[in-house]
Design a protein around this ligand. Structure first.
Ligand SMILES: C[S@@+](CC[C@H](N)C(=O)[O-])C[C@H]1O[C@@H](n2cnc3c(N)ncnc32)[C@H](O)[C@@H]1O
Length: 291
């Protein structure tokens, strides 16, 4: 595995370059991606008045959903590494007078604690497996929680139960310019949390207790519109930056390549159903060093 500093620089460069695709796809991703986090939100059973952190909040859709439950008495803070996504989240969801969720740009691995701490609950949808140094990031999360506060997050299991995920790369790569390096072993990437024993070790090292890791299967539903669905998938993935740099006719070839690989998930007239295998990861802060 590469040095942490190399992985961290690669992660920050990756998200800076991929952010424009996420910004472009923000509304569509809120809709299609909802099942990837619903189980964690259900587990948290958020109450009005609670203070909640959303780690790796992207363009803010889930933070806004949380804010609808906990504010105005409580608060919802979304944190993300990519400044362009945080700016988009603010633009999409900040209400007049500054009401609603609050968004912070920063690296969870290098903050002492997240502004707005201590939190009663922490939520994270499909982000923790992307950390260059997960123990450092999870330690910041735990330090930002009050004693006994709860964490619920989702992450992909492995490639076999998420067969659609690689299609964006496999179908588009032949048409596009250089792509970012693929993760090896435990390096940050979609399947870095595939091994639940590793996830338990990381959470324990960061000071969490009552750790639960449960498989959870969902199907993402996307419309019967190959142009739209292939572009969504390419733009939020590792080929996203190269795709946005490509000429329109090359983009069309990339979409067509992905579309062919996705055909088996499409029922004409109904839409795509993408089988998705998740972990629901739950834990509590032991509260030893809440600020
Ligand atoms: C796969 S996206 C998920 C975004 C959002 N949670 C969702 O489900 O739509 C992962 C997000 O984690 C963010 N991220 C990655 N590493 C991070 C870090 N070290 N600190 C904060 N955010 C990070 C990325 O910028 C990206 O927005």
């Amino acid at each position: 595995m590469e040095e942490t500093a190399t992985l961290r620089a690669r992660n920050s460069d990756f998200w800076a370059r991929t952010a424009p695709g996420w910004v472009h796809q923000a509304d569509r991703h809120d809709e299609i991606g909802r099942p990837m986090g619903a189980v964690a939100l259900d587990w948290l059973r958020l109450q009005a008045g609670e203070r909640v952190l959303d780690v790796g909040c992207g363009c803010g859709g889930t933070t806004a959903e949380i804010a609808r439950v906990v504010t105005p008495l409580g608060s919802a803070v979304g944190l993300d590494l990519a400044e362009a996504m945080v700016a988009t989240a603010r633009h999409r969801f900040t209400a007049p007078g500054g009401a609603g969720p609050r968004f912070v740009a920063g690296d969870i691995e290098t903050l002492d604690a997240v502004p707005g701490a201590p939190f009663d609950a922490v939520y994270s949808r499909m982000a923790l497996m992307l950390l260059a140094d997960p123990v450092a990031g999870l330690t910041t999360v735990r330090r930002s929680m009050r004693a006994g506060a709860r964490l619920a997050a989702t992450a992909f299991r492995d490639g076999r139960v998420n067969p659609w995920l690689s299609t964006a790369l496999l179908g588009a790569a032949a048409h596009l310019g250089p792509l970012p390096p693929l993760p090896i072993g435990d390096e940050p990437g979609p399947f870095a949390f595939a091994d639940p024993a590793r996830v338990t070790r990381l959470l324990t090292a960061a000071g969490f207790t009552d750790i639960g890791i449960h498989p959870y299967d969902v199907a993402l539903e996307a419309p019967d519109d190959p142009e739209v669905v292939t572009e969504w998938l390419i733009e939020i993935g590792p080929a996203g930056a190269a795709y946005r740099d490509a000429e329109p006719h090359i983009q069309g070839q990339a979409r067509a390549g992905v579309g062919r690989l996705l055909e088996r998930f499409l029922t004409t007239g109904t839409g795509y159903r993408l089988p998705t295998g998740l972990w629901l990861i739950t834990a509590r802060s032991d509260g030893t060093s809440t600020p």
